[in-house]
Design a protein around this ligand. Structure first.
Ligand code: FRU
Length: 533
């Protein structure tokens, strides 16, 4: 087979060919989910961007429609860039997006509405000449750092939305107000800004419940909610968020002091996951986030294989009971692709032991495992200089013996382990607590050169009192998307094995720490391919 089919995903969203980047305007409307995305209809590198459009009844199987937005107006001739949808009561869905007005990349905000409200697929969209563009570059606004409007929310007689921006090196999110959704006025101050974070792409602001895992409509405010502000930092290419308080009367957001506000802060995902966007799904009362995972392969290979970019599996998101961070989990509809199941329980792994999970298609699988250990006494001491999880993972890989851990999975492994992508935990002892490192290490993922093979990693903020840690990995040819400790720390990685492909891929469980680990329970499934056409 050609390179293209070898690493093509079976159930992660990608259109049949060509380049995609950001998910745009995800929404649920009249029984259908809509997903738009930055799409190059002419090739597998970024350029010629239009809004690709697909619809689904279950967020997993998709019908690919013709693109919804093209750059064909004076206010978007040089680009129809990222944006969001708002379902406006009594009026239906309205898209807010960024139009590029010249070759210097000056940007304005625009709106589009369905051409035919009775078409269930909402195939055709129009950009009315009345009121467009709805937000232009004003004095004091850096015109080429002014983009990616959010979903709007309604409070106290006003629609409100954010636009990402930058002033010198300061990242900012402007707030706009409107009474009628077409006349918008910028508030005097950004809703929030942080020095030295650079351009805030694709901001997102939404409420999360303090009491339940249920999602909330974007317009909900009050005492029983916190708010989340997320931005995608152009400089590091990661998505960061804080949990905080939205003072709607003051058009201001104040992050809690439980995590850093900036690029040392919390991440949705400690791997390859960018320009994400959330939406509220009223049919199941949940909030869902989509994020884009770029290739880690060379541009030359992208051109050869004829496609580039996927969307991560849509994830339900809610506030952890600690209030300090979010929890994410693949939408339940994904489970419908599970077919053959194998399971095992109470398997003991002494130092250096490993076993194979046999009987599934290991290149296209879903695996859930819970590990337990009887003591943390052997945990290695934590050096406080280890502030960067990814550096630590690069230094202490799966082959470096530890005390409690490393233990976990070897995904996309070739038979003799010439190639493997380990996803694992390692537990350290700090003066008053334990520090848990979760790694998804691509450094041994492929014999091919010229790939980006990072040792992605994050710390896991979870209580170990019950001496258990869980891990779920979605393995999909060139994707390993993992959820640690029930979705508290997550890592999506793109890998391109040369031997561990299709039926030659294997899945192992391992322990390389001196403390004995019990595989309490393990379930693994071969996954069907999603229907995307
Ligand atoms: C993020 C981004 C957005 C922009 C779009 C252009 O990946 O750069 O800021 O709107 O992609 O494709």
């Amino acid at each position: 087979p050609s390179v293209g089919t070898l690493h093509q995903t079976g159930y992660h969203f990608q259109p049949p060919r060509n380049w995609i980047n950001d998910p745009n305007a995800p929404m649920y409307y009249k029984g259908l989910y809509h997903l738009f995305y930055q799409y190059n209809p002419k090739g597998s590198v970024w350029g010629n961007i239009v809004w690709g459009h697909s619809v689904s009844t279950d967020l997993i199987n998709w019908k690919v429609l013709e693109p919804a937005l093209y750059p064909d107006k004076p206010f978007d001739r040089y680009g129809v860039w990222s944006g969001s949808a708002t379902v406006v009561p009594g009026r239906g869905p309205i898209i807010l997006y960024t139009g590029v007005i010249d070759e210097r990349s000056n940007e304005v905000q625009c709106y589009a509405i369905p051409a035919n409200a009775s078409d269930p697929f909402l195939r055709k969209w129009v950009k009315p000449d009345d009121y467009n563009p709805i937000a232009i570059i004003e004095q004091g606004v850096n015109g080429s750092a002014f983009r990616d409007p959010t979903t709007a929310w309604w409070i106290d007689g006003h629609w409100k939305m954010l636009v990402g921006a930058k002033k010198k090196h300061r990242g900012e999110a402007y707030l706009y107000n409107s009474k009628d959704f077409v006349n918008w006025v910028r508030a005097k101050h950004p809703i929030h800004s942080v020095p030295n974070t650079g351009m805030w792409e694709c901001p997102d602001l939404y409420p999360v419940s303090l009491r339940s895992k249920k999602g909330l409509d974007t317009s909900i405010v009050g005492n029983s909610v916190k708010h989340v502000l997320k931005n995608s930092l152009d400089v590091t290419r990661y998505d960061y968020y804080t949990v905080g308080t939205y003072l709607w009367k003051k058009d201001k957001y104040i992050p809690d002091n439980t995590s850093e506000d900036g690029w040392g802060g919390l991440r949705y995902d400690y791997g390859n996951f960018y320009a994400s966007k959330s939406f509220f799904d009223p049919s199941k009362n949940r909030r869902i986030i989509w994020g884009w995972a770029n290739e880690s392969d060379s541009t030359e290979d992208d051109v050869k294989k004829g496609w580039a970019g996927i969307q991560g599996i849509p994830r339900s998101v809610w506030l952890d009971p600690s209030g300090r961070q979010l929890v994410q989990w693949p939408v339940e509809e994904l489970n419908n692709l599970r077919k053959k199941e194998v399971q095992t329980s109470n398997q003991i792994l002494q130092k250096g032991d490993y076993f194979e999970v046999k009987g599934i298609t290991a290149a296209q699988a879903d695996v859930e495992v819970t590990f337990s250990f009887s003591s943390l006494n052997k945990a290695e001491p934590f050096d406080p200089r280890w502030v960067n999880a990814q550096d630590l993972c690069a230094q202490k890989g799966s082959k470096i013996q530890g005390g409690v851990g490393p233990f976990g999975l070897l995904t996309l492994a070739s038979k003799r382990l010439e190639e493997f992508t380990p996803v694992f935990f390692r537990i350290f002892k700090a003066p008053n607590k334990h520090v848990i490192l979760m790694c998804s290490d691509a450094s041994s993922s492929s014999l091919a050169n010229e790939l980006y093979k990072p040792s992605f990693a994050g710390f896991v903020d979870v209580n170990l009192a019950n001496k258990k840690l869980s891990l779920r990995s979605l393995i999909d040819h060139s994707v390993v998307e993992s959820f640690g400790a029930g979705g508290r720390t997550n890592i999506l990685s793109r890998v391109y094995p040369t031997l561990a492909v299709d039926n030659h891929a294997h899945l192992f469980v391992f322990n390389n720490g001196t403390e004995k680990i019990t595989v309490k329970s393990l379930k693994a499934w071969s996954m069907r391919s999603a229907n995307i056409n």
